[in-house]
Design a protein around this ligand. Structure first.
Ligand SMILES: *Cc1c(COP(=O)(O)O)cnc(C)c1O
Length: 295
């Protein structure tokens, strides 16, 4: 397995003929850096892995659901850095098996299922029970994750944009981006998860009340987390045809859809220059039937 290659990051444009407005909208393709440790996952993980290295830890422990992009990225990254790993998976004993968890096992990750109540209580904590373990909270949540994500905008001409739009799960990436913007720029987060209140609390906890200039869009796009329909699949194929940009059903397709909807509805001033963060997640499309997507 190779290390992520940050030189692959590009800035692509969604043509006006596709969105039908005068606003310019670019997409920062951090998804391109690695097939598995993709997009924001690498940015949120690398500080934790450096810490594990310098503290001479042996094992990486982290939390996630059975379809988690974070868990599969953690399994791959731990392997790459030469650590063993343990994934604590949300679900009852011997919970569901998924292609994601299968790949995790192949990379040597030990898996343990944890009931919902216990999982929810522990998943955002970084407390370890064994000396040799470095615990990464779910989604890379926490200051090291945020610090890593604050490096994302270094990979484009960030000063050219008025609005940065990103998808949110734990809010860690959004906190990092908020920490790295210039005065006058703003960040708009599009929630892919159900519990939006928790999201805003998470964000405030990370940025310690410092930042201004952010907004959330928390409408349940296409019915909530990981839900999709024919219209979304059609949008994904049309976007790909128009721009060459592949998206994922959980985060980035809904993000692009909602940003374009908001552009058309006048949510952004007409002289806005929008940057959408393509945070990765293409492994999530494995749950689709073959042939639904044209790429
Ligand atoms: C995990 C993930 C997110 C959520 O990131 P947070 O930092 O947890 O908010 C967004 N987009 C993609 C593609 C992801 O895989």
């Amino acid at each position: 397995m190779e290390f992520p290659d940050l030189s692959l990051i590009s800035t692509d444009t969604i043509p006006a003929s596709f969105h039908g407005t005068d606003i310019s909208v670019d997409v920062l393709r951090i998804d391109k850096i690695h097939p598995v440790i993709s997009g924001n996952k690498w940015f949120k993980l690398f500080r934790y892995l450096e810490m594990a290295d310098s503290k001479k830890k042996k094992r990486i422990v982290s939390y996630g659901g059975p379809w988690s992009n974070h868990i599969i990225a953690t399994a791959a990254a731990a392997r790459l850095f030469g650590f063993t790993s343990l994934g604590i998976i949300r679900g009852e004993e011997n919970g569901i098996q998924t292609p994601i968890l299968e790949r995790c096992r192949q990379w040597g990750m030990e898996l343990r299922f944890s009931g919902r109540e216990e999982f929810d209580r522990l998943a955002l904590s970084d407390k370890n029970t064994q000396e040799d373990d470095l615990v990464i909270p779910m989604g890379g949540f926490g200051l090291p994750g945020m610090e890593g994500a604050s490096r994302i905008l270094e990979h484009c001409q960030a000063a050219a944009y008025s609005h940065i739009c990103c998808a949110t799960g734990t809010g860690t990436m959004m906190a990092g981006i908020l920490n790295s913007i210039q005065p006058g720029q703003s960040v708009r987060g599009y929630s892919a998860v159900k519990n939006d209140l928790q999201l805003e609390n998470n964000l405030k906890q990370l940025i310690a009340g410092k930042a201004e200039g952010y907004q959330f869009s928390t409408d349940k796009i296409f019915g909530g987390f990981a839900k999709y329909n024919e219209e979304l699949i059609r949008f994904m194929n049309d976007l790909y045809k128009a721009s060459g940009i592949p998206t994922d059903i959980v985060y980035t397709a809904k993000l692009c859809y909602a940003v374009i909807r908001d552009m058309r509805e006048g949510i952004f001033p007409s002289d806005s220059r929008i940057l959408i963060i393509h945070s990765g997640g293409l492994t999530g499309n494995h749950s689709l039937k073959n042939g639904q997507l044209i790429w």
